[in-house]
Design a protein around this ligand. Structure first.
Ligand code: HEM
Length: 421
């Protein structure tokens, strides 16, 4: 199917306009976006989107007559406005109460962020939480099957709040869904900038497969590329405490089970847990026991109790829900930030009491570079490097201080010997 790339000049001008205006609701910015009839046709010809898109076309006419769904019907906004994000959060809570869409919102946030490649410096080439998953070209990646339904649910909220980026909305929706399902409070920050066009979407194939030949190796390849470690792989996999797998989407799971045949939401699919709208540690308990054939265990779930390093965490989380919640909240917040460009660069919190409202410590980074403020990119790199060998830039390893003291002593000894001679 032919895909449309907007003319480079139009894309560049759009970026320029939105850069100048914090929230360019102007029709100029919208028109400069993807209002091409070619793009309209290409969206229409997608079987996956046809039903959805027909509705969006009508919506487009109702709202502003724009031709393409994702960008043209929505104001372009260079970052989010805190008050609007707070209101959007209330709307998401209402949406959750009426549609029980917690699981698919969590999957949407994860799939937007999970394309991040820490070895690519350039934004948005490096992928990550940048709102690119709103574009048809990325929604059509096999791993994203069904996520168009999440976008469909969130789009009216996006339409309502011109000062909220897609990248923030996806992550806000995911964190709110976890919290509303009974999960831990996620220390989120906001201010993510959106990519401006489909040509900035990552290539297909960055998200994990559920049944690769060697699941442990595959999970490490994919999650290490995002700068995440074994603990975070296991903790994040615990999000499968929510939701179902549908054979018509991913190819995995049964068409229905005794736990899913009556919904809530659209019935069907196979869940990992009995109460698949409750966020708790039953995912780990159920995989460990494997007593119920109606509950799903993907090869990438099973390996969490087979690989020695993963197993250490999986066993702990099966025993101790508090430990799971603590590690999950940290890992979720980290995943929601990967690859994101924040404006302001340090991001902002919606909750005064949240630790994210305080500036990050980055003791080691300040110590070693002498700079007071580091760019978000640099922080991500430094953090990934420290965490790669089990440390943290907030709590530098003792050896750092020890090494530096040794160097100071050596230099002093050398200078003293020079003076004495
Ligand atoms: C570890 C590698 C992972 C693999 C291989 C994987 C695979 C899958 C598959 C095959 C589905 C079923 C999709 C469908 O048929 O609709 C699914 C659903 C889901 N995934 Fe994952 N996933 C992984 C990690 C994650 C992570 C890190 C999160 C979140 C932090 C997550 C959250 C979810 C949720 C909430 C659902 C349920 C969606 C729904 O009910 O609509 N997954 N995953």
């Amino acid at each position: 199917m032919a895909t449309f790339s907007p003319p480079a000049t139009a894309a560049a001008t759009t970026t320029a306009v939105t850069h100048l205006l914090p929230c360019a609701t102007s029709s100029v910015a919208n028109r400069l976006s993807l209002s091409s009839s070619v793009y309209f046709k290409s969206l229409h010809s997608s079987p996956l989107l046809s039903h959805f898109f027909l509705r969006q076309t009508t919506m487009g006419r109702v709202y502003n007559g724009r031709l393409s769904y994702a960008t043209a019907t929505s104001p372009i906004c260079s970052t989010s406005v805190p008050e609007q994000l707070k209101s959007a959060r209330e709307d998401i809570k209402e949406l959750l109460k009426t549609t029980f869409c917690h699981p698919i919102l969590v999957r949407m946030g994860w799939h937007d962020a999970g394309t991040y490649n820490k070895d690519i410096e350039e934004w948005p080439k490096r992928g990550g939480a940048n709102g690119s998953l709103r574009f048809e070209i990325e929604l059509k990646h096999a791993a994203n099957a069904g996520l168009v339904n999440a976008l469909k649910l969130l789009q009216p909220i996006k339409e309502k709040y011109s000062g909220v980026t897609y990248a923030d909305l996806f992550q806000l929706a995911s964190a709110t869904a976890v919290e509303e399902a009974g999960g831990p409070k996620i220390p989120m920050k906001y201010g993510r900038v959106d990519v401006s066009g489909p040509e900035q979407c990552p290539e297909e194939g960055r998200l994990p497969d559920a049944g690769p030949p060697s699941p442990a190796t595959h999970l490490r390849e994919v999650f290490y590329r995002m700068g995440l470690n074994d603990k975070e792989i296991v903790a994040l996999s615990g999000a499968h405490t929510l939701g179902r797998s549908r054979p018509e989407r991913s190819g995995w799971g049964k068409p229905e089970t005794k736990y899913t045949k009556d919904g809530p939401g659209a019935p069907g699919g196979q869940s990992w847990t009995v109460q698949w709208l409750k966020f708790d540690n039953s995912y780990f308990k159920d995989i460990k026991e494997r007593r119920d054939a109606d509950l799903l265990v993907l090869p990438t779930d099973a390996v969490l109790f087979e690989d020695p390093s993963f197993k250490e965490y999986a066993e702990k989380y099966a025993e101790d829900q508090d430990a799971f919640f603590k590690d999950y909240a940290e890992a979720h917040a980290k995943l929601s930030n990967v690859g994101a460009k924040f404006e302001p660069p340090e991001g902002f919190s919606l909750d005064e009491s949240s630790p994210q409202a305080q500036p990050e410590k980055f003791v080691a980074a300040k110590y070693s570079t002498g700079k007071r403020e580091l760019s978000e990119d640099m922080k991500q790199k430094i953090r990934a490097e420290y965490e790669g060998f089990g440390g943290s830039p907030d709590k530098p390893l003792q050896s750092n201080y020890f090494l530096n003291i040794m160097i100071v002593i050596a230099v002093l000894a050398y200078v003293t010997s020079l003076v004495m001679n």
